[in-house]
Design a protein around this ligand. Structure first.
Ligand SMILES: Nc1ncnc2c1ncn2[C@@H]1O[C@H](COP(=O)(O)OP(=O)(O)OP(=O)(O)O)[C@@H](O)[C@H]1O
Length: 264
């Protein structure tokens, strides 16, 4: 199997401060102030070309952080990410420039990827047609609804034809017709042997579309394997969590939070 993504011992640490003054002291003092919070802690996995991987995990477990790292939007604090090809991220808040119009965003993204004028002229109408947001295409993105931003982001990313596509919750804000259109495009991607990472809180969408599941549990990989293997275990965890009392949940969250913190 040809590898497309190799993630080795990746961690992402964020500094947290009890007070604003600690932040300033941390900048000027060699002693170091504040605590570190591990959004991701020692993540390792590999993806093959043609893999369609659902990234699952409860709120705050690190799915978006991992998506951003795979797509090269943010760097890891430590560890390595090897990407074979071009990776694109589709997320609700994905790299669209708010002050620019939709059309200008299309041009900018294409220029950044090194497309020439002829390619941009060819691609622009296809992207606009897919996004299907009417006259808003010539309005600044800051005037768009989250669904419209998602439509434009999806349309751009799918048409620039990346080798690795990371879709972070982008289908949850669009309507069903658009989601179906996107799933159809994603299937074409799959058939071309490209790699897709898919984050969705819709388990049924996940089951329908993904073959593998990467379960991120509070910053670490809990399980990585076939959907059939991982999903029942995840669902079992969710069921057990739901059954906990308020106090048990609080104690559990506290324990997790503690395990993700370290001194400075
Ligand atoms: N810039 C940041 N500074 C500090 N902490 C951050 C930052 N970005 C993310 N985090 C923390 O890292 C953890 C993982 O966040 P992330 O958004 O990756 O989780 P997620 O699994 O995508 O969550 P959700 O399902 O709610 O979207 C969270 O506890 C979050 O508060």
């Amino acid at each position: 199997m040809e590898k497309s993504v190799i993630v080795k011992n990746v961690s992402k640490k964020y500094k947290m401060y009890a007070k604003n003054s600690e932040k300033i002291l941390d900048l000027i003092s060699p002693k170091g102030y504040g605590k570190s919070f591990y959004a991701l802690n020692d993540i390792s996995f590999e993806a093959n070309k043609g893999d369609v991987i659902g990234i699952i995990g409860v709120n705050g477990s690190g799915k978006s952080t991992l998506s951003n790292i795979i797509a090269g939007i943010i760097p890891p604090t430590s560890g390595t990410v090897e990407i074979h090809g071009e990776a694109a991220l589709i997320a609700i808040q994905s790299g669209l420039k708010k002050e620019l119009t939709g059309r200008e965003n299309i041009e900018l993204k294409c220029l950044m990827l090194g497309f020439d004028k002829k390619q941009i002229v060819e691609l622009t109408p296809l992207i606009i047609e897919f996004a299907d947001i009417g006259d808003f295409i010539d309005q600044p993105v800051k005037t768009y609804s989250s669904g419209m931003r998602s439509r434009l982001g999806f349309a751009i990313s799918i048409h620039i034809d990346p080798d690795i596509l990371v879709i972070d919750e982008a289908l949850s804000v669009g309507d069903q017709t658009f989601a179906d259109k996107c799933l159809e495009k994603m299937n074409e991607f799959k058939e071309k042997g490209k790699t897709i990472f898919f984050i969705s809180h819709s388990i049924s969408q996940m089951k329908k579309f993904c073959e593998k599941a990467l379960w991120i549990q509070y910053g670490h990989v809990e399980h990585y394997g076939s959907m059939a293997e991982v999903m029942p275990q995840y669902e079992k965890f969710i069921k057990a969590y739901k059954k906990m009392t308020k106090e048990e949940k609080k104690a559990f969250q506290k324990k997790i939070r503690k395990s993700r913190m370290s001194k400075a």
